[in-house]
Design a protein around this ligand. Structure first.
Ligand code: C5J
Length: 219
């Protein structure tokens, strides 16, 4: 059984009950010129996640373990976008990579380096959390997944919301600190601390090389 040195305590999982969740590694959040940068954000804070996450995904795939990707976005007619979200601007407007966070647009899709492989589910979500108004829970239940390694962007928004949703649904979540990113270094630090605080109130935090080493010990 892989055993990961994590905070606040060791995180263990069975190879047949774990999935890697890759949250919203979309061009519009990560690429220079995209939606994230147009809001004044420093996208290099997110792109530094690509390399370690790519290595984790490779190790994960080498073990034949499941990866589930998510994308935040909306139908072209915006019928699934709450008026309150729309009113804050951006969504559906023309951006450098097509209409912002609209399904089917170039900017809405996942960065080339982390492209899903055939057969890996891609869950399209209208909200921040990956469980809200999606098929995610059904996918997890189908394969009896009970533990999640949660990666992606942004730490304090979609990663945190998803970890909290998962925690309330009974899933144990491990977050590799170098595989999640925030535009704001302070939010990154505090976001990770909040997960592991109070005896792991939302989950566990580790580094991806530790997770990879634990996986490779299984060979
Ligand atoms: C945001 C996300 N930040 N994926 N989305 O709007 O965290």
């Amino acid at each position: 059984m892989p055993s990961v040195d994590a905070r606040p305590s060791t995180f263990t999982f069975e190879l047949d009950n774990v999935a890697l969740l890759v949250i919203d590694m979309q061009r519009d959040f990560l690429l220079p010129g995209g939606f994230g940068e147009s809001l004044g954000n420093d996208v290099s804070q997110l792109s530094r996640v690509i390399e370690p996450l790519s290595a984790l995904m490779a190790a994960w795939r080498a073990q034949g373990l499941p990866i589930i990707h998510t994308r935040e976005g909306h139908q072209p007619d915006l019928s699934d976008c709450p008026p309150s979200k729309l009113a804050r601007g951006g969504i559906g407007e023309q951006g450098a990579f097509g209409r912002i966070l609209i399904r089917g647009e170039y900017g809405h899709d996942i960065v080339d380096e982390l492209a899903p492989l055939a057969g890996e589910p891609v869950v399209d979500k209208p909200g921040k959390g990956a469980f809200y108004a999606t098929e995610l829970q059904e996918l997890l239940e189908k394969d009896n997944i009970q533990k999640l390694v949660v990666t992606g962007v942004t730490t304090e928004v979609c990663v945190h919301t998803t970890v909290r949703e998962a925690n309330d649904r009974g899933y144990d979540c491990l977050v590799p600190a170098d595989c999640v990113g925030s535009y704001f270094p302070e939010f990154q630090r505090v976001g990770l601390e909040m997960i592991a605080a109070q005896g792991g109130i939302f989950g566990w935090v580790a580094d991806s090389p530790t997770v990879i080493a634990a996986l490779q010990e299984q060979k």
